[in-house]
Design a protein around this ligand. Structure first.
Ligand code: PLP
Length: 386
C-alpha cells in the first residue's frame, strides 16, 4: 500500500496528539514537539492485533520478548555493525527511559556528565541533575555549518567526569557526526575511563551523510557504551513507549535488574508495535525520508526569503535549528510573540541548553500545506518586528 505523507488530518491530531497539537487552541499551528503528523505503518496495528489475539497478558521477561530481542540483535549486527547478541539487548519503555537508565547506572551525586554536542535534548540535562550530578555542555559551533569541535572535548573532562552523553544524529541541529568525530569521543572516553551513552534515536532519518554507531568503533568502545535506539520518531509511535538498549556485558545485569525493579518489563503490546515497525522497515522509511528531505528543502527556500534569518541545512532528523539572533529578542520572547501574534508554536533554542539562545527549532514532519501556513505566519510576525 502506498504511504501518503503529503496530507495530514488536523482534526484527528488535535484530538489525539496531545503534546504537539491537543493542548493548543484550534487556530494554532504547532511545529513543536517531535511527533510525526502521519498515521503509523499498517504493520504496527497488525502486529498489535496479532499479539492481542494470542492473549499475551501474563508477565513477560524483564529484558523483553526473546523473539523480538533476537530480531533486534540481528538488526544491530547488520545495520549498525555492533557485534551484539540478544543477551545484550534490553527492551525499554521509550528512548527517554534509556537516558534515565544510563544516568542511573553511571552517575552518583557530585559526578559530572559531559553532553556532546550541546545544545541538546532537554532530558539529557534533567536526568543528569536528577542523579545529583552536574551536566557539562560541550557546544558545537553555532555558526553556519554547526561544526563539531572535537579538539575542545578533552578540556571539558575533569576528575569528577564519569559519563559522556552523545546525541547522534543530533537533536536539535540535525547534525550527523562523522567517523573522525566519533573516534575523538571514543579516544577521550578511553583515556579517561568514561562510560559513553549514545542516543541514536534518529538513525533512520538521515538525509545526508552516513549514520555510524558509536559502539561499532571496536571492542574497547563497545565494552563501555550504552546505545539507545527507538521507534518513536521514525515510525511515529511515541504513544507506545518502546525502545531498546545495547548494553555492554559488564553493565547488563545491573541494567536488567533496574528494569525489573522499576518497570517489571516494557508493555507487551508496545513490544508488538516495535515488531510491526521492524516489519514495515524500508517500505515505510524510504518514502518518509524522501518526504522529509522535500520538506527541508522547501522550508530552507522559504526561510531564505526572510531577512535576518539564517539556517544551516539539517543532515538528519525532522528538525531545522534556525538562527534568529539578528531579530534582537530572546528565543523565549520570540516564541511568545509567534504564539500570541502568529498563532504558531515552535521551540525556543534555550530548551536545549543556554547556548541555544537566539535559535528556534522547527519540526517539519507534517504536510507542506501546514508548513506553508506556518511560514506565512512566521514571516508576518518577523516583518512586524523589523
Ligand atoms: C534525542 C532524543 N532522545 C529521546 C527522545 C524521547 O523519545 P521516546 O519518545 O522514545 O522516549 C527524544 C524525543 O524527542 C529525542 O529527541
Amino acid at each position: 500500500m502506498k504511504v501518503r505523507f503529503d496530507r495530514v488530518d488536523l482534526h484527528y491530531l488535535r484530538l489525539r496528539a496531545h503534546q504537539k497539537w491537543g493542548r493548543w487552541d484550534s487556530d494554532v499551528i504547532s511545529l513543536s514537539v517531535a511527533d510525526l503528523d502521519y498515521p503509523p505503518p499498517q504493520e504496527v496495528q497488525q502486529a498489535v492485533e496479532r499479539w492481542l489475539r494470542e492473549e499475551r497478558t501474563p508477565y513477560g521477561p524483564p529484558a523483553g520478548d526473546p523473539e523480538l530481542r533476537e530480531i533486534l540483535a540481528r538488526k544491530v549486527r547488520r545495520r549498525n555493525s555492533i557485534p551484539a547478541t540478544a543477551e545484550e539487548i534490553l527492551i525499554i519503555p521509550g528512548t527517554m527511559f534509556g537516558i534515565f537508565l544510563a544516568c542511573f547506572l553511571s552517575l552518583r551525586p557530585g559526578d559530572e556528565a559531559v553532553l556532546t554536542p550541546s545544545p541538546v535534548y532537554g532530558p539529557f540535562w534533567k536526568n543528569v541533575r536528577a542523579m545529583g550530578a552536574t551536566p557539562v555542555p560541550h557546544d558545537l559551533s553555532l555558526e553556519p555549518g554547526f561544526a563539531y569541535l572535537k579538539e575542545t572535548l578533552a578540556s571539558r573532562i575533569g576528575p569528577k567526569t564519569r559519563l559522556l552523553m552523545v546525541c547522534n544524529p543530533h537533536n536539535p541541529t540535525g547534525r550527523v557526526l562523522r567517523r573522525d568525530d566519533l573516534e575523538a569521543v571514543a579516544r577521550v572516553a578511553l583515556e579517561n575511563d568514561l562510560t559513553i551513552f549514545s542516543d541514536e534515536l534518529y538513525e533512520d532519518l538521515v538525509m545526508e551523510g552516513e549514520h555510524i554507531s558509536m559502539a561499532s568503533l571496536g571492542k574497547e568502545v563497545l565494552d563501555r557504551t550504552i546505545t539507545v535506539f527507538g521507534f518513536s520518531k521514525a515510525f511515529g509511535i511515541p504513544g507506545y513507549r518502546v525502545a531498546y538498549l545495547v548494553v555492554p556485558p559488564r553493565l547488563r545485569d545491573r541494567a536488567v535488574e533496574a528494569m525489573e525493579h522499576i518497570m517489571v518489563h516494557t508493555d507487551t503490546l508496545a513490544q508488538a508495535a516495535a515488531l510491526g515497525a521492524l516489519e514495515a522497515g524500508e517500505r515505510w522509511l524510504k518514502p518518509l525520508v524522501e518526504h522529509l528531505r522535500d520538506m527541508r528543502d522547501r522550508s530552507l527556500r522559504r526561510l531564505e526569503e526572510m531577512p535576518g534569518v539564517a539556517c544551516t541545512p539539517s543532515q538528519a532528523t525532522p528538525f531545522l535549528f534556525v538562527d534568529v539572533r539578528s531579530l534582537g529578542v530572546s528565543s523565549e520572547e520570540l516564541c511568545r510573540r509567534l504564539l500570541e501574534e502568529g498563532r504558531l508554536v515552535v521551540q525556543p533554542g534555550t530548551h536545549f541548553g543556554p547556548s541555544g539562545e537566539g535559535f528556534i527549532r522547527l519540526n517539519l514532519a507534517t504536510s507542506w500545506e501546514v508548513l506553508a501556513e506556518a511560514f506565512h505566519r512566521m514571516e508576518r510576525v518577523f516583518h512586524k518586528m523589523r
